[in-house]
Design a protein around this ligand. Structure first.
Ligand SMILES: Nc1ncnc2c1ncn2[C@@H]1O[C@H](COP(=O)(O)OP(=O)(O)OP(=O)(O)O)[C@@H](O)[C@H]1O
Ligand SMILES: [Mg+2]
Length: 277
């Protein structure tokens, strides 16, 4: 099996299971022999907990490390209008600040501001440089647990993402969000987009997703499993909590590895003929 460093950005509507899928994928990629870095880029960070960290709240998000950000960018976080480095030095950050949970290195980025002048602040420059750095790292697979939308993926970084993986659940709202994300992503030049169904309970669910996603390819489906919710509530690691979900994620990794999905950097508007597993 090739251990190509897969770079994945996970997005989707709120609550569809982005963090669950990120945790399961990160764990499966690690089991396949890869070095894995997961970045929690959601302000409501909970990827550490999903991977089984016993005290996720004890880890300060990087954007709150104001001295570090000032040292690297030359400007105090929270200040606007001043000059700062848009390409700060970050190569030592993963080793110094990543938290290792069950063999997976996790960087908790924290709340990055979006829109207007909020995009041009030292914190964002720092996190963006870090994500870019990790995307270019040939040795590590990357799983980026994002908040909805693609605002924090700059044009410079999207080139290196293998896939923007949109998590959808079998409902109209999450599919509509997927289409919005797709348009947004295509606007910034990201065309390698696919979807993974989550909380899927039947063939009818799967068919609904295949039909409604139109030309967003559905490359896998993760079943609904109460045990995932229970593990989440109990603060237990999600990988290993549901055999059915782990199997589905193994198939998802295999599909990503084989490149059965829409090839990167091509524009496909044809309706997919491939069927999800
Ligand atoms: N396959 C599944 N089966 C059962 N429950 C699931 C499944 N996937 C996710 N859940 C549950 O759904 C809820 C939301 O999941 P999760 O936190 O992963 O979503 P999210 O998209 O990351 O949410 P947010 O937008 O708040 O970051 C959690 O309670 C989780 O346990
Ligand atoms: Mg989440």
């Amino acid at each position: 099996m090739s251990a190509r460093p897969i770079k994945l950005a996970i997005t989707g509507k709120g609550g569809v299971g982005k963090t669950t899928v990120s945790a399961l994928l990160a764990s499966m990629l690690q089991k396949s022999g890869r070095k894995v870095i997961a970045i929690d880029a959601d302000p409501d960070a909970n990827l550490l907990a999903a991977l089984g960290h016993p005290k996720p709240d004890s880890i300060a998000p990087l954007v709150e490390l104001k001295d570090l950000i000032e040292e690297r960018t030359g400007a105090k976080p929270g200040t606007t209008g001043g000059f700062f480095k848009i390409n700060p030095r970050v190569e030592d950050i993963p080793d110094r600040y990543a938290v290792t949970v069950n063999g997976i290195k996790v960087l908790v980025a924290g709340a990055v501001k979006h829109g207007g002048s909020g995009c041009y602040c030292p914190e964002n420059a720092f996190v963006r440089a870090l994500v870019t750095h990790m995307l270019l790292d040939k040795d590590a697979a990357l799983v980026l647990d994002m908040e909805p939308g693609v605002e924090h993926l700059s044009r410079a970084t999207v080139e290196s993402v293998d896939q923007l993986l949109i998590v959808v659940e079998p409902g109209r709202l999450s599919v509509e969000t997927a289409h919005r994300i797709q348009h947004c992503a295509e606007d910034i030049g990201l065309t390698h987009i696919c979807a993974v169904g989550n909380k899927v309970q039947s063939d009818a669910d799967r068919q609904f997703l295949q039909r409604e996603l139109h030309h967003i390819e559905l490359i896998g489906c993760i079943p609904y499993d109460e045990r995932l919710r229970a593990a989440d509530q109990a603060g237990k690691p999600l990988p290993g909590a549901s055999i059915a979900a782990d199997l589905a994620v193994a198939a998802l990794v295999a599909a990503l590895e084989k490149g059965e999905h829409t090839p990167a950097h091509t524009h496909s508007h044809g309706k997919s003929e491939r069927h999800a597993h």
